[in-house]
Design a protein around this ligand. Structure first.
Ligand SMILES: Cc1ncc(COP(=O)(O)O)c(C=O)c1O
Length: 307
């Protein structure tokens, strides 16, 4: 059931654009674990088994900001491998509960150190008992982006009947943009790859990384993207509210950031078929700052709702 997600045209928010400019979003929330990360998690585990690095008796361990953890917990459960996850303690309550409900063990890292803190703590645990664990290592495992090269990207190419002109995606591990981008460039080198990142080291965009202030993932090669667009937390949140209220799609913060960037690109064009990724749905974030106090923030009028 992983993959084969729908591609939805965003029509209402795109009103006002040039009529031959269209924006589509791939709804990755439809994956069984609820996010885009099901794809790389499955691929990394399958390759681990194939290479003999993951075998009965071993435990799957990784550091994850949440969605990869849910995916690993789910796939580990189905295949019969225990899963241990290192997660910053400030990930949303819903994510923590989903991971626990799927039977994975969780170790919390310092929230102030973000996903880098989880990476470091996971490394320490591994050092102590390397033989016990299989670490998919999503930040350095080429199978992460390979999953997108083999599945996400061919799906998008087919769903747009080869007409895609721009691909816009947020960067966390970089797996989505690297793998999807590689396949698209092979099909048509004129397709533009646009990476979206938080505009600041301190941000509220769960799943995304501000590269300049982070440990840069080994699978992320910035020179392969044509453009990088920084998006503020406020603008991403404002777009999440627009998507729910105007399009009836409740998504997470990183989808808001991606859509904000897509719209920014679309406004400059006279024709084009833009595709972005909505990595997950929004029900996991209802107890986070995204939704707590949102009406007040909107009422103050500091959120831009017009295009
Ligand atoms: C909600 C969300 N958005 C975006 C991303 C970024 O995807 P990638 O790691 O493929 O760059 C992630 C990945 O962790 C995520 O969980």
């Amino acid at each position: 059931m992983i993959g084969a997600t729908p591609l939805l045209e965003i029509r209402r928010i795109a009103r006002g654009l040039h009529p031959t400019v269209r924006i589509f979003a791939k709804l990755e929330g439809f994956n069984p674990g609820g996010s885009v990360k099901d794809r790389p998690a499955l691929k990394m585990i399958q390759e681990g088994i194939k290479a003999g690095r993951l075998a009965p008796g071993k435990t799957i361990i990784d550091s994850t900001s949440g969605n990869t953890g849910i995916a690993l917990a789910l796939i580990g459960r189905v295949l019969g491998y225990p899963v241990e996850l290192v997660v910053p303690s400030n990930v949303s309550l819903e994510r923590k509960r989903i991971i626990a409900a799927l039977g994975a063990r969780v170790t919390y890292s310092d929230p102030l150190e973000g996903s880098d803190g989880a990476i470091r703590l996971c490394g320490k645990i591994l050092q102590e008992k390397a033989e016990k664990y299989f670490k998919p290592d999503q930040y350095f495992n080429p199978m992460n982006s390979q999953a997108h090269y083999e599945t996400t990207s061919p799906e998008i190419y087919r769903q747009t009947e080869g007409e895609i002109t721009h691909f816009i995606a947020g960067i966390g591990t970089g797996g989505t943009i690297m793998g999807t981008g590689r396949f698209l460039k092979e099909k048509n080198s004129r397709i533009r790859l646009i990476a979206v990142e938080p505009d600041d080291a301190l941000h509220g965009l769960e799943g995304l990384k501000h590269m300049a202030s982070s440990i840069v993932p080994g699978i992320y090669h910035e020179e392969k993207v044509d453009e990088k667009i920084p998006v503020s937390t406020e603008n991403a949140y404002a777009m999440v509210y627009r998507l729910s209220q105007e399009e009836g799609i409740l998504v997470g913060q990183s989808s808001g950031a991606a859509m904000h960037a897509a719209l920014q690109v679309a406004r400059q064009l006279r024709s084009g078929t833009l595709v972005t990724i909505f990595p997950d749905f929004g029900d996991k974030y209802l107890t986070t700052n995204l939704w707590v106090g949102w009406r007040e923030r909107m009422a103050v009028g500091n959120l831009q709702f017009s295009i």
